[in-house]
Write a protein that binds this ligand. Structure first.
Ligand code: GTP
Ligand code: SPV
Ligand code: MN
Length: 580
């Protein structure tokens, strides 16, 4: 066996006995191994070469058309007690889930290679990082894991030292949606995923480990595992303020994480620490410190263009893997919003015909190392993480929710997070554009009962001396014609500046029933073409419709029953009282 860790070697032996692979490969994470896997996948057609003149080291993967997004209805939290998973999760008894999965995995790797992939979530030497091992029969998963995590020998050494790791077993199986399950056993630190090769279903370090399992561990250990970007904003004086922001899937985290300030912000710079997941720990100094457990991006392709996200476009010219995008006549990757060019092949490899829908799948993605990003922050490697001054919640709401508001205090901020709602997107299967509650952008990712999760969030008021301020933003308001009212993207800098100024006490705000909003002249709008009346609409609080929203929030909270923290009901009562 290739490890001195008994538990790991015994588990690999057990899995091999069950799945019957033709051979077992222990992954070391080296460039040579990566190159070998890429060559092999080019041979099998799992990867297609893109234009190597314009995009050296870039490849295209076309997934099964039935396997293009996370599957929330097939994702389960398997705790001994159903109430521990909570109304926010699908639950299955661990014994039932294990026997179901054992049947699916039985002999499933016959004739295939089983890869053993040790990985570390977070900087390899940080005490805040955690390790796992994914066993998979998908070479596509291996090459993605190499970009998304610190994968290979160094992670294995850490596992042998720490002797703790999360066990993730994955097989693409037959890719039959009827035989697909993503199971989590938080009490056993185990994940089992069968029947999908896609993103969050298959790259087990990401949502399965770094959010669902980690959130469960974080509650026991006094920290937080969150679906948040981490960004450093440097002002012309060279001072950096770090912000963590939770928006649901496909609601703007990657874009905000690598924003380029508009021309009217000379001397300002935005540094990218992370774009999707954030682990938050109380520091010795009484502040909240954040690490990005990931090492790469698995980002949404559509909408990524020269005017919206030039940093992302720049990092996608080399060493990137594209999944389910279209291609142009000269074999460059293409998606809606990238350029005015017309693609020749759609995401399924068919001749492009607009009658078949978008050329790139709406949830098509790129995988690339964070170090490729022009705004990459070297602080991403800091063992201590970065200190967080503000936490920002946000969602896609075409009406009601203002551009920005600030919570009155931490307890109110927890209510703001707990009552978040957003229109569903193509990141998960099912209908899109339907408003649903997505507390802290964690609805699909919290490994335990939300009622206890909110109580855990509230407990940070006692754990920290310097609590981050909490804000809520909405870039997605629409007018009567269905057009976005706020320009978004780089212009979101104007809202970030207001947030930073609130943190340093440099700007006043108007108090409304739902929180503080910017005074009419407090947002820097220089060189921005926006009507004052439009801005006023973006910032106004519609008392009557907010009263209805607060009723819905009450119903949402009450679904969590006896375990719901009383503080949240008090907070809701307080706001509802101001609106009536
Ligand atoms: P996940 O990777 O699924 O967690 O998504 P994400 O939260 O990182 O979202 P991302 O930044 O990839 O953005 C998703 C989509 O929203 C893309 O099509 C973007 O172009 C679009 N988008 C991002 N920011 C803005 C914005 O400020 N305004 C508008 N109108 N669209 C935006
Ligand atoms: C998300 O859906 O929030 C993602 C993509 O970041 S996935 O890795 O598929 O979860
Ligand atoms: Mn995400």
């Amino acid at each position: 066996m290739n490890t001195t860790n008994q538990e790991l070697s015994a588990w690999v032996t057990d899995v091999a006995r069950l799945t019957q692979p033709e051979q077992i490969v222990w992954c070391d994470g080296s460039q040579a191994e990566y190159d070998r896997l890429v060559a092999q996948m080019l041979e099998t057609g799992d990867l297609l070469e893109l234009n190597q003149q314009t995009h050296p080291g870039c490849y295209l993967h076309r997934s099964d058309p039935q396997d293009v997004a996370r599957v929330e209805h097939l994702t389960f939290i398997c705790t001994s007690e159903q109430d521990d998973a909570g109304p926010n999760n699908n639950w299955m008894a661990p014994s039932e889930a294990h026997s179901k999965m054992d049947k699916l995995f039985d002999g499933c790797m016959r004739g295939r290679t089983m890869y053993v992939v040790p990985y570390c979530m977070g900087p390899i030497d940080s005490p805040l990082s955690r390790c796992g091992v994914e066993i998979t029969d998908s070479p596509y998963v291996v090459v993605n894991m190499r970009m998304m995590t610190r994968m290979g020998s160094a992670a294995l050494q850490r596992i042998e030292r720490d002797r703790v790791f999360v066990k993730g077993l994955h097989s693409t199986g037959e890719l039959d949606p009827e035989r697909r399950f993503i199971m989590h056993f938080p009490e056993e630190l185990q994940i089992q995923s069968y029947g999908s090769g896609y993103g969050g279903n298959a790259l087990l370090g990401k949502k399965c480990h770094a959010l669902r399992i980690a959130s469960y561990q974080a509650r026991q250990e006094g920290w937080l595992a969150e679906h948040m970007l981490i960004v450093g904003i440097e002002n012309p004086q060279g001072e950096k303020t770090y912000i963590a922001a939770a928006f649901p899937s496909a609601c703007g985290k990657t874009n905000l994480a690598m924003l380029i300030p508009p021309a009217s912000y000379p001397g300002w710079k935005v540094w990218t620490v992370g774009d999707d997941i954030c682990w938050l720990h109380p520091g010795d100094d009484g502040r909240l410190w954040a690490i990005n457990p990931e090492a790469g991006f698995f980002g949404v392709a559509p909408g990524t263009g020269a005017s919206t996200n030039p940093n992302a476009l720049a990092m996608l010219n080399k060493d990137a893997i594209f999944t389910n995008v279209a291609v142009t006549a000269d074999n460059q990757p293409w998606w809606e919003g990238k350029s005015d060019e017309r693609p020749v092949k759609d995401w399924q490899g068919r001749d492009y015909d607009p009658a078949n829908g978008p050329a790139a799948h709406p949830n098509s993605r790129f995988t690339v190392s964070i170090k490729n990003c022009p705004s990459y922050s070297p602080e991403s490697e800091a063992a201590t993480g970065v200190p967080i001054s503000a936490i920002v919640f946000g969602g896609r709401r075409e009406s009601l929710v203002p551009l920005v508001f600030e919570a009155f205090d931490w307890q109110h901020g927890v209510l703001v997070g707990a009552s978040m709602a957003s229109e569903t997107t193509a990141a998960a299967t099912g209908a899109t554009g339907v408003v649903r509650r997505d507390p802290m952008a964690m609805k699909p990712f919290c490994g335990y009962n939300f009622a206890e999760y909110w109580q855990h969030w509230l407990s940070f008021a006692d754990k920290l001396d310097r609590l981050p301020r909490i804000f809520h933003v909405n870039w997605f308001r629409k007018d009567e014609q269905g057009r976005f009212m706020w320009p978004g993207f780089g212009e979101n800098m104007r809202v970030l500046e207001w947030i930073i100024n609130r943190c340093s006490g440099q700007t006043d705000a108007s108090q409304t029933a739902i929180g503080y909003v910017p005074e009419s002249n407090a947002l820097n709008l220089s060189e921005l073409d926006i009507e004052p009346a439009l801005l006023q609409r973006l910032l106004e609080i519609d008392q009557q419709n907010w009263a209805v929203e607060l009723d819905h929030i009450r119903e949402h909270l009450e679904r969590f029953g006896a375990r719901l923290p009383a503080t949240l009901i008090e907070q809701q009562d307080n706001i509802a009282g101001k609106l009536s």
